[in-house]
Ligand binder design. Structure first.
Ligand code: GLV
Length: 315
């Protein structure tokens, strides 16, 4: 039977090996870098940040499954074979990113960083607290994950808008799209949540000019940025400039143009910045492995893979 290659570049590699083995049925698992064996046996590849060129060395490859939502690294491989590519999209992934988004929207909304600072000073002092319905939250990127997050924010009562490349309609969410819809979306957004993929169109999008178009002076008491999309979308020096000039009142960043974020980055110590190590969408191999192997079984039976990516669109 055709073998499955696992090429996972990251700390969860061991967990993936164990989980995929447990769900492999009779299928042979070949593990990069040490146990690829004869590359001609490999029909399927499950990859995360695998070295470019690796897949081109598998002459009988039939399909690739990206073990994460973002396919930017995979599509940047100039030798990526012309086979179908799917990414994991599972309710668990959307739920995890939604947890992250809700946590940080609420953290800014409830002024938690201010209360943390006050606690260190043993200061008992309540600040004005607007209602969620008074606060405009805008989600950029309305795919499986973004629409899930927007719906959860709506259930909390926020005044939610969404922006996407092409038109989308979501219950209870004011939607905007394309270049033409961007300014109106930003003008009613106080807390901006970015879940966009990295494509040539989105690189550098989160810059000072865009931050200056956000709504300020509303109930939220400032404008806030949450980026759990991709680091290449944001210009770190512009985030710092926006925070320092008062255009932004806070930022939560899970992703950075350079990861890990270098220790000398001024973002680490900025009092208005919250940093996490690109873990908003971390998934458990034990939850995803059955789904990945089921996809391969379906494909073998002639059915299409779920969540196929469109190479020309870039996600
Ligand atoms: C994480 O960043 C992912 O793309 O799944």
């Amino acid at each position: 039977m055709s073998a499955v290659l696992l090429a996972f570049n990251g700390p969860q590699a061991g967990e993936w090996i164990e989980a995929l083995r447990a769900h492999a049925g009779g299928r042979e698992l070949r593990v990069w870098p040490d146990a690829i064996g004869n590359a001609a046996d490999i029909a399927y590849a499950c990859v995360w940040l695998a070295p470019h060129g690796l897949l081109a060395a598998c002459p009988n490859l039939k399909a690739v499954i990206n073990l994460g939502a973002g396919v930017d690294h995979l599509l940047a491989d100039p030798a990526l074979p012309p086979v179908p590519v799917a990414r994991v999209a599972h309710p668990d992934l959307a739920a995890r990113v939604t947890e992250y988004v809700v946590l940080h929207v609420l953290m800014h909304h409830r002024r938690q960083r201010r209360y943390d600072a006050q606690q260190r000073q043993r200061l008992w002092l309540a600040h004005d607290q607007p209602a969620a319905s008074e606060v405009g939250v805008g989600v950029m990127g309305l795919g499986v994950i973004g629409s899930h997050a927007a719906a959860a924010l709506g259930r909390l009562g926020f005044n939610v808008a969404g922006w996407s490349r092409s038109p989308k309609s979501l219950p209870g969410v004011a939607t905007f799209h394309g270049e033409a819809g961007l300014d109106a979306f930003l003008a009613r957004t106080e807390t901006l949540v970015c879940l966009l993929p990295q494509t040539p169109d989105t690189e550098g999008l989160l810059n000072l000019a865009l931050f200056r178009k956000l709504k300020r002076g509303g109930a939220a008491g400032g404008a806030f940025l949450i980026n759990a999309g991709r680091g290449q979308l944001q210009v770190d020096t512009d985030i710092l400039a926006a925070l320092n000039e008062g255009t932004l009142d806070g930022a939560t960043l899970d992703v950075f143009p350079q990861e890990p974020l270098p220790p000398e980055s001024p973002l680490w110590a900025h009092p208005k910045v919250t940093i996490t190590p690109h873990n908003a969408g971390d998934i458990s191999p034990r939850v995803f492995a059955p789904h990945v192997m089921a996809q391969i079984e379906r494909f073998e039976r002639g059915l299409p893979l779920d969540n196929l990516i469109d190479r020309t669109r870039g996600y």
